[in-house]
Design a binder for this molecule. Structure first.
Ligand code: SF4
Length: 341
């Protein structure tokens, strides 16, 4: 048994292609009381990933950048999805439906795609391996595509111990890479997450390249510090030969509620002083919108970056306020950097 195989057996999510992005800054597993992440001390020779070093093909630099926004709709709420979708439609290119630790019970991804499409918003549907086995995921992928999904974002997903439904049995029949294999080559974009600042950082690039080799054509670069760190991560992806789209996550904070949500998963991974400057402003909304637009411009000026994802979240009751701010940011970014339609 190699060190890697032993780590897979110890991992609470049985990840064949670990480690996940839930590794804490000090190396702790995302699941409480497990101790260090099982993959941290595996020898490099046991990694199942090839190291980068291929020639870089040119990426498509002539197309207009893409602006995607997390969809801040309330869970299990048809009217909220329709209202938020209508607010974002026309202001951003697509809405990303993701996962929220305190709202684990959601409509199926394909139903959210359908509702948002009816509101005029193309959807990039988030799929995770926590709640569905490979058979259910295969059906969900087909349903998302039939409902008109613009893309499928494939992640392993947080362990249920981390969030609002710790009573649920974890599935993890697949991990993100296995999910990519199911979703790829079906006529829609397939994206994955890249966490270059999350330990063990040495394995992050080979791991995301393995996801690309499995069929992912789009990489979302998670919060990892700011434009300098995204520049390095993107340059490394391009130098390693990744020719698909690179989407940089941009933190959005427009009030105390959104700041609290962002810091719950990205503390220490956003530009220094970014959140504080918004919270210290007299008009937090205006300051937050301006800061996000400026950061989007900086990200889109990075060679090799194809788009941004307006990332964050909000708290119950603030969904409309959040969607309005995201729409304003999307319009401003499009107006300043995108080609006219
Ligand atoms: S941090 Fe993630 S990959 Fe590492 S042991 Fe825990 S669940 Fe597995």
């Amino acid at each position: 048994m190699t060190g890697w195989t032993a780590a897979v057996r110890r991992c609470p999510k049985s990840m064949l292609h670990g480690p996940c992005a839930g590794v804490g800054a000090a190396g702790a597993c995302e699941v409480p009381d497990v101790g260090p992440c099982a993959f941290l001390n595996v020898d490099a020779v046991d990694w199942p990933y090839e190291h980068p070093g291929r020639a870089a093909p040119p990426w498509r630099a002539t197309k207009p950048p893409v602006v995607i926004a997390d969809v801040p709709a309330a869970a299990l709420d048809v009217e909220s999805l329709r209202t938020v979708g209508a607010l974002l439609a026309g202001s951003v290119d697509a809405g990303l439906t993701g996962d929220h630790g305190l709202a684990r019970v959601q409509f199926p991804p394909s139903y959210r795609v359908r509702l948002l499409a009816e509101a005029g918003l193309p959807t990039w549907a988030g799929l995770n391996c926590r709640d569905r086995n490979r058979v259910a995921l295969e059906g969900e992928i087909a349903a998302c595509i039939a409902a008109g999904a613009a893309g499928l974002h494939c992640v392993t997903g947080d362990h249920p111990a981390r969030g609002g439904r710790p009573d649920a049995q974890a599935v993890f029949d697949l991990d993100a890479l296995g999910l990519v294999r199911l979703a790829a080559h079906r006529g829609v974009a397939v994206s994955v997450a890249h966490a270059p600042a999350t330990p063990p950082t040495a394995i992050r690039l080979p791991r995301v390249l393995a996801k690309a080799a499995a069929g992912a054509d789009t990489v979302f670069v998670d919060h990892c510090g700011g434009p300098s760190q995204v520049t390095d991560a993107t340059a490394a992806l391009r130098a390693a030969g990744f020719g698909g789209d690179v989407i940089a996550c941009v933190p959005v904070v427009t009030d105390l509620e959104s700041a609290q949500v962002l810091l719950s998963f990205a503390a220490g991974l956003v530009p220094a002083g970014y959140v504080e400057s918004v919270l210290d402003a007299t008009d937090r909304r205006a300051a937050g919108v301006a800061a996000a637009v400026e950061l989007c411009r900086a990200m889109l000026a990075i060679p090799g970056v194809d788009g941004v994802d307006l990332s964050g979240g909000t708290q119950p009751g603030r969904e409309i306020v959040s969607a309005e701010a995201l729409a304003e940011i999307g319009r401003a970014v499009h107006a300043s950097v995108c080609e006219p339609a």
